[in-house]
Design a protein around this ligand. Structure first.
Ligand SMILES: [Zn+2]
Length: 149
């Protein structure tokens, strides 16, 4: 299942769980029988269906993606040492780029792959990507087939 479909399934299950909670609250709030017999029957049958389809049980949220690990490179960066968050509680990692520069980078940016190199190396990589795309869009010559005689 795709991540998106999985997220949608979880959202639907959470909504269903809230609905089930609401139905249970309604059932418990109904006056004693025989009053509201039809409502009670409808609520009970909806709750039975929820149990039958297993929508009352919400799976636990997926574990957060693994964070950076010291010595395991992310792109051109190698995280060296984790620096606990002080300002705003953002944990950072002291990282060394392949070019030798080092800096502290927020852990979340590393985890999400938003920062994979120092700015200079990232720019160089981007320039290379752009140049490749430009060459793909602008081939050095356009070859045409001979028209049939
Ligand atoms: Zn670099």
């Amino acid at each position: 299942m795709s991540r998106r479909a999985e997220a949608e399934r979880r959202r639907a299950l959470r909504a269903a769980a809230r609905l089930v909670e609401g139905l249970e609250a309604l059932r418990d709030a109904l006056p004693a029988p025989p009053a509201y017999a039809a409502t009670r029957a409808a609520v009970e049958s909806a709750l039975d269906a929820a149990v039958r389809y297993g929508i009352a049980a919400v799976p636990p949220p997926p574990p957060p993606p693994a964070g950076p690990t010291a010595g395991v490179p992310i792109g051109s960066l190698t995280p060296l040492e984790r620096i606990p968050g002080v300002k705003h509680g953002h944990a950072k990692w002291l990282c060394r780029c392949a070019c030798g520069k080092s800096a502290t980078v927020r852990a979340t940016l590393l985890r999400r792959g938003k920062v994979r190199a120092c700015p200079a190396c990232a720019n160089a990589a981007k320039g290379e990507r752009m140049a490749r795309a430009h060459r793909a869009r602008n081939p050095p010559a356009h070859w045409i087939e001979d028209e049939p005689a």
